[in-house]
Design a protein around this ligand. Structure first.
Ligand SMILES: *Cc1c(COP(=O)(O)O)cnc(C)c1O
Length: 434
């Protein structure tokens, strides 16, 4: 594959953009090498500026669940653009969006539209703090909730110690307010709430972790957290920025039958435009300005073009059988990858939930904790990533990201992916013995 044009662009980009990108993981830092620059995208494919085609399992990190450049979404955007790009005054599409969300995710009786997942989560914890009068929040190791200060925190030396910033620029005083738990550990959550429950405004979680590879919740785990939060007056926030409309039409809360107090959304909800949302019970959401005292605002929030894209997308994912078909695709892909790895004698397993999946180079058969994800053979993943890329398949450029299928990934696309994977696994196995 020739990458001359991408290489030249990356040289220019590095001079003017930190790391050559506008979001870190795009830079290929963890897998090595240089990113390709995309010229256009269609269906399951990305086409780079050198004319190479890739089957895309990143899907713009989540939004592209119907494939790229879907005509229904594109045409909705084209219609909306004809009426102007932004009004700074209410428009009908915002109301339709709020009604649609309340119908698809019944725990969201009221919602507030924002412009990114990051904005949604940091607004949700402000609301939780305002509503409870408490300051501390709990998050989980390996969960990503955007780049808000309170979330760029890892556990201190023990579960009950103060949090430690994971980025310069996050004040220690703020990190102190974030407690961190190991995902899928029932006892650690119970112990933390026994000690500190009365101080905790909110517990925020990716109900299916998609930012530390893909880690499904253990049976009863989300219910356990729901019970702890209810008992201690803590608000339970499901960060469904990734899982929303993906693991089921109603998100993880529908799939697992556990109702959070607040939910956050992004990605799919914007159909590829910059959109986020947070929502929850009416009496909580009514505390948001201007109906209540918790301040939150946005110049471009509820943007008419973005709402048109999101609504068109939500129509498509609401079609009967949509998620069942996607789940079948995920299973075919993951079963095929496991078989290909077995044939090549590689230690490898997968996780799958709805239209998201994880790839693990490990001898373990079930991976559902952050510690296990971290213990996997990252070097093997990185070699596999490049072996697949060279064969025209684009996986997330990090061992700690979930993969996504879309409704444009048909049987032929999956078969072509598996043919590439058989070669890629074999090349890895050869490296091992050679
Ligand atoms: C992507 C993501 C975010 C951040 O959304 P942005 O739109 O990138 O700010 C937050 N939470 C989860 C679970 C995500 O996957």
């Amino acid at each position: 594959m020739n990458h001359d044009h991408s290489h030249a662009l990356f040289q220019r980009a590095r001079a003017r953009l930190p790391g050559g990108v506008n979001s870190p993981v795009r830079a290929f830092k963890s897998v090595g090498g240089e990113p390709f620059f995309v010229a256009r995208a269609d269906g399951p494919y990305l086409y780079d500026v050198d004319g190479n085609r890739y089957v895309d399992y990143v899907g713009s990190w989540g939004p592209m669940i119907v494939g790229h450049n879907h005509p229904h979404v594109r045409e909705a955007v084209q219609r909306a653009i004809g009426d102007g790009l932004s009004f700074g005054a209410p428009c009908a599409a915002e109301v339709t969006m709020a009604e649609t969300l309340a119908r698809l995710v019944p725990s969201c009786e009221m919602v507030r539209m924002v412009n990114s997942g990051t904005e949604a989560t940091l607004s949700a914890i402000r609301l939780a703090r305002g509503a409870t009068g408490r300051s501390r929040i709990v998050k989980f190791e390996g969960c990503y909730h955007g780049h808000g200060d309170s979330f760029l925190v890892k556990a201190g030396s023990g579960a009950l110690t103060f949090g430690v910033p994971t980025s310069p620029g996050v004040p220690k005083a703020l990190a102190d307010l974030t407690l961190t738990l190991p995902y899928n550990d029932f006892d650690a959550a119970s112990a933390l709430f026994d000690t500190a429950g009365g101080d905790i405004a909110a517990l925020i979680i990716e109900p299916v972790v998609g930012n530390a590879n893909c880690l499904p919740p253990r049976d009863g785990y989300l219910r356990h957290l729901r019970e702890l939060c209810t008992r201690h007056g803590t608000l339970l926030i499901f960060d469904e920025v990734m899982t929303g409309f993906r693991v089921a039409l109603g998100g993880a809360q529908a799939r697992y039958g556990v109702t959070p107090d607040l939910s956050t959304f992004g990605k799919i909800i914007g159909g590829g435009m910059p959109v986020g949302a947070y929502g929850g019970r009416r009496e909580l959401m009514e505390q948001v300005a201007p109906s209540g005292p918790v301040y939150q605002a946005g110049t471009l929030s509820g943007n008419p073009v973005a709402m048109a894209a999101g609504l068109a997308m939500l129509e498509l994912v609401s079609e009967p059988g949509f998620h069942a078909r996607l789940e079948a695709t995920t299973h075919a892909l993951c079963d095929g990858l496991e078989a290909a790895a077995r044939e090549a004698g590689m230690a490898f397993t997968t996780t799958r939930v709805g239209a998201m999946f994880g790839l693990f180079f490990t001898t373990e058969t079930i991976v559902d904790t952050y510690a296990q994800a971290v213990a996997c053979d990252t070097a093997a993943f990185n070699r596999f990533f490049h072996a697949m890329l060279a064969r025209g398949v684009f996986l997330a450029p990090s061992a700690f990201e979930a993969g996504f299928v879309s409704s444009a990934h048909d049987e032929g696309v999956v078969d072509a992916t598996l043919a590439a994977a058989r070669e890629a696994f074999r090349s890895l196995a050869d490296d091992h013995t050679g």
